[in-house]
Design a binder for this molecule. Structure first.
Ligand code: 5RP
Length: 233
């Protein structure tokens, strides 16, 4: 069993590999989470060494860190041309499909990933799974209005427990003012079908399923960093 510190060093190693794909003048989508944090800090070093970069952050936390690192950020209402988006994930299956949203930033993360010419995913080796689901629940961002009815519909569709995410005893609110329900699915055999079906439920804003979006998976392992090119589907 690896300590959190050991896992963090694997995340950092993956992040350092990822930033080598960033070139002068690029617009970079900046993910959220402990893995993405290493990537933003490594990009900050490149900026201080003279590289010209502009970033599109996927959360206020990332925006703050990026500014501290001297990375220029594009406004939310710009029409971005993002060269590469780099982000972490909570689970990755053998087809490079992901569960994301452990940190609650899934909506902005998916918009940024979808807007990018290339989407690079960074994980430590413990996040690779034969099938999505199981230990990690699927986060779904829902509109506050009627969230209970939306959750009931999700429960009926998935036949799985749906739990409202809370923080400090109150419903967790996303940066877009929505709520998150976590769906405890034993396994997700057909992620694309599930994503489509979830989007048909009124009140669902976005799901943490990232299907067919990965271009490159970078994995930090105890034996070194491994990279796997993927094909968008
Ligand atoms: C946040 C995310 C993160 O990318 C995901 O939770 C992984 O986080 P970490 O790198 O801290 O393990 O999707 O919404």
């Amino acid at each position: 069993m690896m300590s959190n510190q050991d896992l963090d060093s694997l995340k950092k190693a993956a992040a350092l590999t990822a930033v080598e794909f960033v070139c002068d003048g690029m617009v970079v989508g900046l993910g959220t989470g402990s893995t993405a944090k290493h990537m933003v800090m490594a990009l900050g070093e490149k900026v201080r060494a003279g590289m010209r970069l502009r970033g599109v952050p996927t959360s206020m936390e990332t925006a703050l860190l990026a500014r501290q690192q001297g990375i220029t950020l594009l406004d939310a209402d710009n029409v971005w041309v993002i060269d590469v988006a780099i982000d972490g994930a909570d689970q990755v299956d053998p087809h490079f499909n992901l569960i994301k949203g452990g940190g609650g930033a899934l909506l902005k993360e998916k918009i940024v990933a979808a807007s990018a010419k290339q989407f690079i995913v960074l994980v430590d080796h413990t996040k690779r799974v034969p099938v999505l689901g199981g230990a990690f629940p699927l986060p779904i961002e829902v509109i506050p209005f009627g969230w209970g009815s939306t959750a009931r519909e999700i429960e009926a569709l998935t036949k799985s427990p749906v739990v409202l995410r809370e923080r400090n005893g109150a419903p967790f609110k996303t940066e877009s003012g929505n709520m998150i329900v976590d769906v405890h699915l034993a396994r997700i055999d057909s992620p694309r079908e599930l994503e489509i079906a979830l989007h048909l439920i009124p009140g669902v804003v976005e799901t943490g399923l990232f299907v067919g979006r990965t271009d490159l998976l970078i994995v930090g392992t105890p034996n070194g960093v491994e990279s796997y090119p993927a094909t968008r589907t």
